[in-house]
Design a protein around this ligand. Structure first.
Ligand code: FMN
Ligand code: SF4
Length: 641
């Protein structure tokens, strides 16, 4: 029996009862529809996997009620009766698992990706998307209210259990609500009553068309976290009105494009960062209130319900990372939950780049329909994995699950490879959780993991594997720059500093403005730190959400960043370089830390050059890249053998 008794108690939402209090929040995942926006097997199987995982209720994200409101290119469209057939196929596929299935009704307004954007006022979005939207006429506003009602009706016809109106995150409805995006001086702008009019009218339209029995929830922002945006005071006032209007639940989120607190927060933010907003709303109403935002651990989720801060907890990315989260939480198998590390890279960064959503820690996202029935290998093989970083661990786990006999050898005394170091700078510790997850999995699967192994030909011979997976990672490469090896500053690499093997002194020059260089600068920020980036952009391999918080930290700590740097020469205590057309001489530094390119480590391959054992090189050992590649290549090879 689970100790998480609050989380796993049923909850009534209008006429519907969900079996537990976990809601998979709406995510515009940008895959799984055809050219008309009708859902395909890809989206169906993505949701089936999550319904099988035991979630109480879940929402399809980004259901577009009108062509002008399609937020991203590959989202479900709801503006035509033609969409019903495919949606019905999806709801039928979900029904056997007992998860209540809802559609979020959305209009992107000025935050839509395309050029036919409309909005209450002709003002561009504060960030992410470009272009001035067309101001809606009164007739067009009425047409959109009808479109919400008609779309909801189609969802009902397709067999959905409920719908949620997307009134948050700076999309069309939120644009009407907030003063900064609504500068109309007719019945839909100005006073609070006028700004909420569009939402109230479309809500009534939905309820009129569907009958009062069909559950309709509304997602609003507790705060836009932007100047002259929607405030908590306004949200509290609106919540009471929405309850009176017959809303079946209220879902309280936060943030818009360009806000100071992002809707999809990165690992730098506190877990549960928006729960206080839901709590404030809950004090005003008696309909169920949903909290969201970095609610990560089942214990935290349970506590939020137990302490009556909310009635339901919504998790988004945790369901990308692990579709089976509820089932594992309910059975008390918490260490088996594959954790979302809040990197924002595979998911929101991808979709805002108009790519299909995915997940850094779970390469199966969006591939569920392709992976059916690939569980066991035809023949069990003996596999030697060399290297216990994320790639090696992921490969070992998958190969073992498929029935192979796996041994993992690591020359160091610990697992994790570079991910262990990446988790050391401030705010980055959640990266280590994915390493711990894989380590726990290897323990559970009783994989033969050997640390401090010095590989020799005779050792390989004694193991006599059928396959070798080389996952030995990468190390920093020293650049060739005039004077670098003659400087009197102490010279070391980012890994030396993070491993604690080198002291840097008080004034540090970091060469490299990628992720490693910037998180290192943050790690050293109590000292005086400058970063010389030879590229045009900083940390391009990070998601924009994650980088946003990191840049704020560096600004706060006065870390000086130079880009487009061309280093002319190193001095005994500094460097001469140009940046932005300016020639700069910096002196008085104690150390220079290299954090630029990485180079693959493949030394071990010499040991089996003369054997006929098939060798598969994966992760950084193949080519130094990000964690996502390491994990996906590990899982792919584990599946392929
Ligand atoms: C890829 C992606 C797409 C999202 N799309 C939507 C959306 O269409 N509608 C919405 O209300 N929220 C959307 N969100 C926000 C999530 O519903 C959720 O509020 C947010 O991720 C914070 O919760 P979490 O920390 O549990 O992920 C999206 C989030 C992600 C990661
Ligand atoms: S990509 Fe990163 S933030 Fe997004 S769900 Fe996966 S682990 Fe979480």
């Amino acid at each position: 029996m689970t100790p998480l008794r609050h989380l796993f108690s049923p909850v009534r939402i209008g006429t519907m009862t969900a079996k537990n209090r976990m809601l998979m929040s709406a995510m515009s995942i940008n895959f799984g529809v055809d050219a008309k926006g009708h859902v395909t097997e890809q989206l169906i199987e993505y949701f089936v996997a999550r319904a099988k995982g035991g979630v109480g209720s879940m929402l399809v994200g980004g259901g577009a009620v009108h062509p002008t409101g399609l937020e991203l290119p590959d989202l479900p469209t709801l503006w035509d009766d033609d969409c019903i057939g495919a949606l019905e196929k999806m709801t039928k596929a979900i029904r056997p698992f007992g998860t209540k299935f809802g559609m979020q009704l959305m209009h992107g307004g000025r935050q839509s990706y395309h050029d036919n954007k409309v909005a209450p006022s002709p003002l561009p979005a504060a960030a992410v998307v470009k272009g001035v939207p067309k101001e809606l006429t009164i007739d067009e506003i009425h047409e959109l209210a009808e479109a919400f009602g008609d779309s909801a009706k189609r969802c009902q016809a397709a067999g959905f259990d409920f719908v949620e109106i997307h009134g948050a995150h700076g999309y069309l409805i939120n644009q009407f609500l907030a003063k900064n995006s609504n500068q109309r001086n007719d019945d839909y702008g100005g006073s609070f009553e006028n700004r909420i009019r569009f939402l109230i009218e479309l809500f009534r339209n939905i309820k009129r068309k569907m009958g009062s029995d069909f559950p309709v929830g509304i997602r609003i922002n507790g705060s836009d976290y932007i100047q002259d945006g929607w405030t908590l005071e306004e949200a509290l006032q609106l919540a009471v009105i929405l309850e009176q209007e017959g809303a079946d639940y209220l879902h309280v989120s936060a943030g818009v494009y360009g806000s100071s607190e992002l809707t999809i927060p990165s690992m730098y933010t506190q877990q549960g960062c928006f729960v206080h907003l839901a709590h404030a709303v809950k004090k005003q109403v008696s309909v169920p209130v949903v909290a969201v935002g970095r609610i990560k651990s089942p214990e935290m989720a349970d506590r939020i319900i137990g302490e009556k801060k909310a009635d339901i907890v919504a998790l988004g990315r945790s369901f990308l990372a692990d579709p089976d989260y509820p089932r594992k939480a309910e059975s008390g198998d918490l260490a088996r939950i594959r954790p979302c590390i809040a990197c924002c890279l595979g998911c929101i960064h991808n979709v805002l780049a108009l790519e299909p959503g995915s997940c850094v820690v779970n390469p199966d996202v969006g591939r569920e329909y392709l992976l059916k029935g690939t569980d066991r290998a035809d023949e069990s093989k003996k596999i030697l994995v060399i290297g216990a970083g994320p790639a090696g661990l992921a490969a070992a786990r998958m190969a073992t699950i498929r029935g192979h006999e796996v041994m993992v050898c690591e020359e160091r005394g610990h697992v994790g490879g570079l991910a262990r170091l990446a988790a050391i700078p401030p705010g980055r510790s959640e990266i280590m959780e994915i390493v711990e997850y894989f380590k726990n999995e290897l323990d559970r699967l009783r994989v033969d993991l050997r640390l401090n192994v010095a590989l020799t030909p005779s050792f390989i011979q004694s193991v006599n594997p059928d396959h070798i997976i080389l996952a030995t990672g990468s190390l920093p490469e020293m650049p060739i720059i005039k004077g670098l090896f003659q400087t009197k500053m102490s010279l070391c690499s980012v890994t030396d500093v993070l491993e604690g093997s080198t002291a840097t002194g008080n004034r540090v020059m970091v060469i490299g403005g990628n992720q490693a260089g910037l998180v290192l600068a943050d790690f050293l920020a109590e000292k005086e730190v400058v970063v010389l980036n030879r590229k045009k952009h900083f940390a391009e391999e990070m998601s924009s959400n994650d980088r946003f918080y990191l840049r704020e930290r560096l600004k706060r700590d006065n870390v000086k960043l130079y880009k487009n740097v061309s280093i002319k020469q190193f001095l005994p205590d500094g460097a001469i370089f140009s940046s932005g057309g300016e020639k700069i001489r910096l002196q008085g530094f104690d150390s220079v830390v290299i954090a630029e390119k990485m180079t693959p480590i493949r030394k071990a391959s010499e040991l089996f050059e003369d054997t006929h054992i098939p060798v598969h090189v994966i992760g950084d050992a193949k080519s130094p890249r990000i964690l996502m590649h390491a994990i996906s290549e590990g899982e792919d090879i584990g599946r392929a053998i």
